[in-house]
Design a binder for this molecule. Sequence first.
Ligand code: ATP
Ligand code: MG
Length: 573
Amino acid sequence: MSDVNTGVPAADDARDKSQDFIRDIVAADVRAGLAGGTVVTRFPPEPNGYLHIGHAKAICLDFGIAEEFGGYCNLRFDDTNPVKEDVEYVDSIKDDVRWLGFAWHDREYYASDYYERLYHYAEQLIGKGLAYVDSLSADAIREHRGTLMSPGKDSPHRTRGIEENLGLFRRMRAGEFPDGAHVLRAKIDMRSPNITMRDPVLYRIRHAEHHRTGRAWCIYPMYDFAHPLSDAIEGVTHSLCTLEYVDHRPLYDWVIAHTDTPGRPRQYEFARLNLSYTVMSKRKLLQLVEQKHVSGWDDPRMPTITGLRRRGYTPASIRDFCARVGVAKKENVIDVGLLEHCVREDLNRRAPRAMAVLRPLKLVLANYPEGQSEDMNVVNNAADPSAGTRKVPFSREIYIERDDFLEDPPKKFFRLAPGREVRLRNAYLVTCTEVIKNAAGEIVELRGTYDPATRGGDAPDGRKVKATLHWVSAAHAADAEVRLYDRLFTTEDPDGLAAKSAVDITTLLNPASLEALGGCKVEPMLAAAAPGSRYQFERLGYFAADPDGKAGAPVFNRTVSLKDTWARVAGQT
Ligand code: ATP
Ligand code: MG
């Protein structure tokens, strides 16, 4: 199962060479003895939503590099916006990082733990004449900022003296002013070609309850101020983030250069993960959840870690995917088929096989003794001999898949038809002898015969059949619900199209993204499948038991079908 032709290196390959531009930089820094040679990275989620597959890429990079270079990776919650953040998100983020297979040990940090120190650094900047309190409205500040084509204009408050600034800033902290009355800004350059450097806002007033600090603060630091300082406080050496922060790097360096922080962190940017047919912004994912277009953050159609997990993805398949995607300096879009390919490959190795019939049609074998049954000995996973065997009951009445039978089959249809013999997997050769219909002319049942000499599926006289069908014994089967998923969006680039045609992203949702089938019949061992357990249902795909199921009434999510369109696109066989 080699991936030499996919155009994307296999995980092992990527690890052997181990060299992307970020790892090259880190390796060179280690050789040069930077920070005593100990690499410290951080993964800095804002707890304002659940993590998605894009975050998985960042996690694999931040934790992966720390691991490879014998350093540390901090899990730091960038919790500087009280209005949008919540402990629910903190807990889910920890769950997801752990589930992906990474450990932060005791290195769990919160930007909010640094509020007092950040405040101290802000006063330090004011004291150096490098920050001032501005009392313009948010709109006025925006207008003064200028555009890419035109320089900004100084605020009339830019020339306030140090003492006045200190006094106002202290009163901001003391809660003397309402939201929006003042902000603290860095004094850099209103004419800078880089708009980020035009006196960026460092603090704003927000009379709001914070999920950790409660009402202790009513001024909150901005990302561009809190992030470099948090990195420095923690001794982070390599602060890895996505490309949209390139323009912020001069500000990152400015903040570090003008405060007497302990460390000397550096920011490096890599291309964010974009996936076809997928939206990844937390804001848009939150919209899908709040407007109930999906059942929650863990809806199996969501690109969230928790959604992928419920869908049946394995941590290994997601890590493998991230390794194959690699780390680039330029934005690109990854085919969602590659993600599916990765989970298919992993589940092929680890998922035991089982038989389930999604749209059952009964076949009664007239020459099989009534009331009798027998156990077929079945191999659990031909790809994994250690998975052993199991017993699957066979009897006179069995269910086959409705679309495995056609009364009047076209030329290339080799499955069951009147008078035709097929193989029931791991059981017998059977022949259809009669079609039973209801008054409306619909097929309700098939009659047939089995050949007792073909137990195990092969005829002693060597005669061949063209099709092998999966089946379950009617008397022994459990009823199940099976949920089939299609892409959540009908279009390859939902973000792009929504922007271009000025429509809401929800107008691009695929109305057929979920098909829930009731009355499915599954083999007995699946009746009590534990939530999260994964199987290959023969001929149908990979499935995972959903927490909605109960013992005796399981629910399964199709993780992915068996057909590998990625392999085809990539020229694999
Ligand atoms: P979103 O834009 O989806 O709301 P975010 O950047 O606001 O995400 P954060 O919680 O701030 O979310 O992100 C934490 C880390 O994950 C950051 O370092 C960010 O750069 C990284 N990250 C976010 N989205 C992606 C992505 N699509 N690909 C790679 N890394 C990402
Ligand atoms: Mg962010």
